[in-house]
Every structure is written in C-alpha cells, then in structure tokens.
Write a protein that binds this ligand. Sequence first.
Ligand SMILES: [Zn+2]
Length: 115
Amino acid sequence: MSERPTEKTLAEQAPANHECRLCGYVYEPKKGDAKGNIDPGTPFEDLPITWRCPVCGARSNQFSNVGATNAPSGFQENLNYGFGVNNLTPGQKNLLIFGGLALGFLFFLSLYGLN
Ligand SMILES: [Zn+2]
C-alpha cells in the first residue's frame, strides 16, 4: 500500500498570519509590527502578551489564525472551523467584497438607465 506523505503543507511550514476579528488588521510574521517594535520574522505565538492590535488596540486573543500568505489551504479539516471565509486568502476576500460592490453598482446603473 502507498505511504502517506509526511511533508508539511506550505501553510504549516510558513508562520501563520493572524487577523484581528474586530478590525480586520492582519498580522504577518514576515513583516512584524513596526509600531509595536516587533521585528520582522516574529511568529504570532511569540508576540509579547502586552502586544495589541496596532489598528484598534485589541488583545492578541481577539485574533484568528488565517494561515500563511498565499497558502490558504493546508489540511481542509483545520480550516473549516468558524466562518467559511477562512478558506479564502485576504486577496480573495477583497475580490468577494469589491466584486459584490461592483455588481451592486452595475445593477443600480442598469435601473437608472431604464428611466
Ligand atoms: Zn484590530
């Protein structure tokens, strides 16, 4: 029988980004947080407990693991908790949001054109 691959997924290798559930700010370990004197390369788990969201001041326990950049799907079962949007990269979320807005705007324009 075939052996199960033991390599880790990209999402597991790279330190995971964490998104503030209150304001949507995303902490990226590779960037760190200049405002909070966090050096680039600091994993979220290693942030000091005094660290707060640089945008809204939320504590770190208000953050959700959203996976590593550009690696939205590691193991599916780890990503299906909470909201379904956890499967989306931030770029895909933006596309969803702004695509929805654009569609609404086009719909509005089409109504306007009928008058
Ligand atoms: Zn925040």
